[in-house]
Design a protein around this ligand. Structure first.
Ligand SMILES: *Cc1c(COP(=O)(O)O)cnc(C)c1O
Ligand code: SF4
Length: 380
């Protein structure tokens, strides 16, 4: 393990708190589990998980662009040959192929960043990136130009200009903690950020965008849930989950704990070739989320992050695939397929045409169950 790979060398993560000696047994166990993740090529090679005859230099180049971290939670599944898990976390030589359309900052985070660590694109919501470390590193990461690079991390003090900005812009009603993964911070560090935002009268809701419920479910401790339950703001947690296999018994328990704390739960997934790009995988994923009290919110078409073209299916196929879910799942379990328009132009929902207006003013609707076009008049 190189110095750069070690979670201990980063300013985020539980290591900082070890010096205080105040970690509870639960916290100690999640910190230990985080460090048990696999972080170097040799560990993966020893398990026979790397592509055969793969170029070592290409794999090292992939690792330099984005650290490796296979979470302990995925190891058993990968051992059993579950490619919906392995493809997400094992580096591929294909990552060195940078397509001409791919961008360093695919969704224009930096263009709409009035202060370090802050992205303010929509009037009422703002993103705060409290760390660039994660409990696992996804090979398709849309923020891979910063994620996993410890020198990008901003301390609580360094984020004060961002918080001052949010406080002054009264139109901002929601703070979204993201990164990286905000929940790799220890309770003590997280509490600083939470308390700062809870003190802002303009903020009505606080949202976490996190991979923790499936990457490191043990992080969802009773202490953390207790803290969230006692917030003066409504807390939402949007969990990034891409495969039904991620919903292990531990992960289901973590989600249940969060629900018990009154945290609103939704999910975002990324449509990934070889992971979840077929109907059965999506029915299974969204059905399992719904069954566990998580409303599937967004299915992202993969952003144009560098070295990720092997994860993209044609957008046309993605739209078609989504249209086949209509009528097969409860409406609450069907997320919106979204494209984040490259360059920072915002997220939009894309869907297949299921309506047409006739010249006589009547409407034609495509039946999700009969697959026939039905004519309807709404006269007025
Ligand atoms: C995605 C995103 C949000 C959150 O958007 P929602 O549609 O509310 O989930 C907020 N700010 C930025 C910059 C984003 O990219
Ligand atoms: S958890 Fe999110 S930020 Fe972290 S590597 Fe995965 S996609 Fe990127």
């Amino acid at each position: 393990m190189t110095e750069k790979d070690s979670p201990n060398s980063t300013s985020a993560g539980p290591s900082g708190q070890n010096q205080t000696g105040t970690l509870t047994p639960d916290a100690q166990s999640w910190a230990r589990l985080l460090r048990r993740g696999l972080v170097d090529l040799k560990q993966l090679a020893d398990r026979g998980w790397l592509e055969q005859h793969a170029s070592q230099s290409a794999l090292r180049q992939a690792q330099n662009a984005l650290d490796i971290r296979v979470p302990e939670a995925f190891v058993a599944g990968i051992e059993q040959g579950d490619t919906s898990l392995s493809r997400q976390v094992i580096p591929s030589v294909q990552e060195v192929n940078i397509a001409p359309e791919e961008l360093n900052d695919p969704i224009g985070d930096e263009r709409f960043s009035p202060r370090p660590g802050l992205t303010h694109r929509y009037p009422d919501r703002a993103l705060v990136k409290v760390t660039y470390q994660c409990a696992m590193y996804c090979r398709f990461c849309f923020r891979r130009h910063k994620v996993s690079h410890p020198e990008e991390n901003l301390s609580f003090a360094a984020l004060q200009p961002a918080y001052d900005y949010i406080e002054k812009h009264r139109e901002i009603a929601e703070v979204i903690f993201t990164g990286g993964d905000p929940l790799v911070l220890t309770d003590a560090r997280l509490n600083e950020h939470l308390a700062r935002v809870e003190g802002m009268p303009n903020i009505k809701t606080i949202r976490f965008h996190t991979r923790i419920p499936t990457a490191l479910p043990e992080r969802i401790t009773p202490e953390l849930c207790d803290r969230l339950a006692h917030s003066n703001k409504m807390i939402w947690l949007v969990a990034h989950i891409n495969s039904a296999s991620e919903l292990t018994p531990e992960s289901r328990k973590a989600l249940k704990r969060l629900r018990g704390a009154g945290v609103g739960l939704a999910s975002q997934s990324v449509l990934l070739k070889g992971v979840n790009d077929f109907q059965e995988a999506l029915l299974n994923l969204f059905g399992s989320l719904y069954e566990n009290g998580v409303a599937p919110y967004y299915l992202h078409y993969p952003d144009l992050a560098q070295g990720t073209s092997h994860f993209r299916v044609p957008l046309e196929a993605a739209i078609e695939l989504m249209s086949t879910l209509q009528g097969r799942l409860p409406g609450l379990a069907i997320p919106r397929l979204v494209v984040d328009i490259p360059g920072g132009y915002g997220k939009i929902t894309v869907s297949s045409e299921n309506w047409r207006r006739d010249i006589d003013g009547s409407w034609w609707f495509l039946s999700p169950t009969q697959h026939t076009w039905q004519k309807t008049d709404y006269p007025n």
